[in-house]
Design a binder for this molecule. Structure first.
Ligand code: BTN
Length: 241
């Protein structure tokens, strides 16, 4: 992995997208001072201080879009969860790629594709992630959803550079195989940490809500919902409410 450190930036995703042509494949653009971070569904990602990680992995696996690329957020999500476990905390994955501890969010991922055109070509994938590593409960309370941080869960302060290195090393370990083999490679480990399976859930999919039992995860990483009429729906995108 190549490392590209920015002293201060509005958003590492935005910066990576606007410099996509100059950035090499497998580069992690990171900062500890992100002033206007963005999350999924037009949410913002709050700057909770410079002892936390705000980063974007730039990938250029090929020039043409393939289905497996949409599972890269789940791959990164599992990698981050496994690194969190090294600190003796117990993270859970909320499909598709949120990480929570005791129902409080500790990490989120925002994937964006830059330079896509109608032929299916693109310039690069930007996998942005934020991890709450060291902060106070007072600061976390200002976030608009329940949130926690690793220092609180693990009871130790966390070396941010070391954490980032662990994530990028682990990400590289199986990345090439993941691109070849797809979600199936990590399905078992992903499911082990899934917090939502066999529970009644409501999932927001664009402007509709699908409710039912979260009955499983398919070999492609999609969520299988069985509704009250016993009808099955496979969701490729959405947000568990
Ligand atoms: C979410 O849970 O909604 C996704 C949050 C993603 C936040 C990260 S922080 C680094 C990168 N730059 C951004 O502006 N967003 C992502």
């Amino acid at each position: 992995m190549n490392y590209l450190y920015l002293e201060r930036v509005d958003s590492t995703n935005k910066w990576a997208k606007s410099h996509i042509k100059e950035i090499e494949d497998k580069t992690i653009v990171y900062t500890f001072n992100q002033t206007a971070g963005r999350g999924r569904l037009n949410r913002k990602w709050t700057n909770i201080g410079n002892d936390n990680i705000y980063a974007s992995i730039v990938l250029k696996p090929s020039g043409k879009m393939e289905d497996v690329y949409s599972n890269l957020t789940q791959y990164l999500c599992l990698v981050i969860a496994q690194v969190i476990e090294e600190y003796n905390a117990v993270p859970k994955i909320k499909w598709p790629n949120d990480i929570q501890i005791n129902n409080k969010k500790i990490s989120g991922i925002l994937a964006e594709v830059e330079g896509a055109n109608s032929d299916g070509n693109f310039d690069g994938i930007v996998l942005g992630f934020g991890v709450n590593l060291n902060t106070s409960k007072e600061i976390l309370n200002k976030i608009d959803q329940p949130a926690t941080a690793l220092n609180i869960e693990a009871g130790v302060s966390v070396d941010k550079e070391e954490f980032l290195k662990k994530v990028s090393d682990k990400f590289c370990l199986l990345y090439d195989r993941f691109i070849e083999e797809g979600f199936l490679l990590i399905k078992e480990e992903y499911i082990k940490r899934a917090s939502f399976l066999n529970k009644e859930v409501s999932v927001k999919v664009f402007d509709r809500v699908v409710s039912g039992k979260a009955a499983g995860i398919t070999d492609n990483g999609a969520l299988k919902i069985v509704d009250s009429n016993n009808e099955e729906q496979i969701l490729f995108i959405g947000d568990i409410l």
